[in-house]
Design a binder for this molecule. Structure first.
Ligand SMILES: NC(=O)c1ccc[n+]([C@@H]2O[C@H](COP(=O)([O-])OP(=O)(O)OC[C@H]3O[C@@H](n4cnc5c(N)ncnc54)[C@H](OP(=O)(O)O)[C@@H]3O)[C@@H](O)[C@H]2O)c1
Length: 333
């Protein structure tokens, strides 16, 4: 196949590009060139900034069998691609979306199925964090709506939080640094809320397998793991895996906020805006299978221990205040 990847150099896009190259496909990648691509000599690179509107002219006259779009966030990113010329050029268009599209839906069930997408959307929250998260989900919804018509050759793929090596948000990695530094680790609200995420490699494989599959045209799919661990379970597993004592200290969200700490930085898996999706449709229609949770956690830990990054994730800067809060909470019983 001739595949165009819009993005492809950071996380899942990077894994997908590797996978397609390894599979003997002809890969073209469009991005700004901010990262080194280890397989650059085996792909065609189109350099450009999508926000400048340069993309349609770069692909004019070209014909790809499939295009995977990792960089569509607002309708303006997709609009230039839906005109007839661009559609012919793109082939099967796969839009990378998010489980966030369900969080905006009034009364959306958890877990959310693909059919739960339709319906009224809640008002934009007033608080800064809620507004930002709502904007992200709403932007993705508008991108989806542009390509979801009946005769569409597009597939919408909704993803929850993605874990794995190279995660640019450095979520699991942030917990690992904390477990390894020997100080207490905050467990917001006891860390008992079930979560359903997905492993990056499983997404890349599922994407590669769905390209040019006509059955997926016009469809949306949730790609998510079956397991629904709590944060406490994940941290205990990772602590065991690295040989550290799990000094987990339950604290309330209110205590974290009163300390002026951001939940996103302290414990990204405890954020209020976290989707919880039902992957049944992808499993039954696409044969989606995923790596067992503990296996992928172990692999991510191994990759971290083998090549620990030279710096700490952004949220780690307030680490001392986190452990002070933990000790205070423990002292106060
Ligand atoms: N990570 C998660 O937990 C999660 C969850 C749900 C959905 N998603 C979705 O996953 C997608 C991102 O996945 P990824 O990071 O794995 O993708 P990726 O394709 O590996 O990386 C993003 C790519 O976009 C390029 N890019 C960024 N800004 C650009 C611009 N203005 N013009 C051209 N190219 C640009 C980057 O390269 P340059 O910097 O060189 O331009 C990079 O190649 C997003 O659509 C996000 O909504 C992620």
């Amino acid at each position: 196949m001739k595949v165009l990847i819009l993005g492809g150099t950071r996380f899942v896009g990077h894994l997908l590009a590797w996978r397609l190259v390894a599979g003997g496909h002809r890969v073209t990648m469009f991005h700004r060139g901010t990262r080194v691509v280890p397989f650059a000599d085996r792909v065609e690179t189109l350099l450009g900034d999508r926000t400048t509107g340069v993309l349609p002219s770069l692909i004019k006259g070209r014909e790809f069998d499939a295009t995977v779009d990792f960089g569509a966030y607002v309708p303006g990113d997709v609009e230039p691609l839906v005109d007839t010329v661009a559609r012919a050029a793109l082939g099967h268009y796969v839009l990378i979306s998010t489980g966030q599209v369900y969080l905006l839906r009034e009364g959306c069930p958890r877990p959310a199925r693909e059919v739960d997408y339709d319906g009224p959307v809640m008002a934009r929250p007033e608080d800064e964090e809620g507004a930002g998260q709502w904007d992200y989900g709403f932007g993705k919804r508008m991108c989806e709506d542009l390509v979801s018509h009946e005769k569409s050759h597009a597939t919408r793929v909704r993803l929850p939080m993605i874990n794995g090596p190279r995660d640019p948000h450095r979520r699991l990695e942030g917990y690992l640094w904390r477990l390894l530094d020997g100080a207490e680790v905050l467990l917001p609200d006891g860390g008992e809320r079930p979560m359903r995420h997905v492993f990056s490699e499983d997404v890349a494989r599922a994407l590669a397998e769905m390209l040019c599959n006509e059955r997926t045209y016009g469809q949306a799919y949730n790609l998510a793991q079956d397991e629904t661990p709590t944060l406490r379970e994940v941290l205990e597993r990772m602590a065991w895996r690295v040989g550290a004592p799990a000094k987990l200290v339950p604290v309330s969200t209110a205590e974290i906020e009163a300390e002026g700490l951001s939940m996103r930085a302290v414990s990204p898996f405890s954020q209020r805006w976290m989707s919880f999706m039902d992957p049944t449709k992808a499993k039954s229609e696409l044969g989606f299978v995923h790596t067992p949770l503990w296996e992928y956690i172990d692999r991510t830990v191994t990759a971290f221990l083998g090549h620990p990054p030279s710096d700490r994730p952004e949220g780690y800067t307030e680490r001392r205040r986190e452990s002070e809060l933990a000790r205070r909470v423990m002292r106060n019983g």
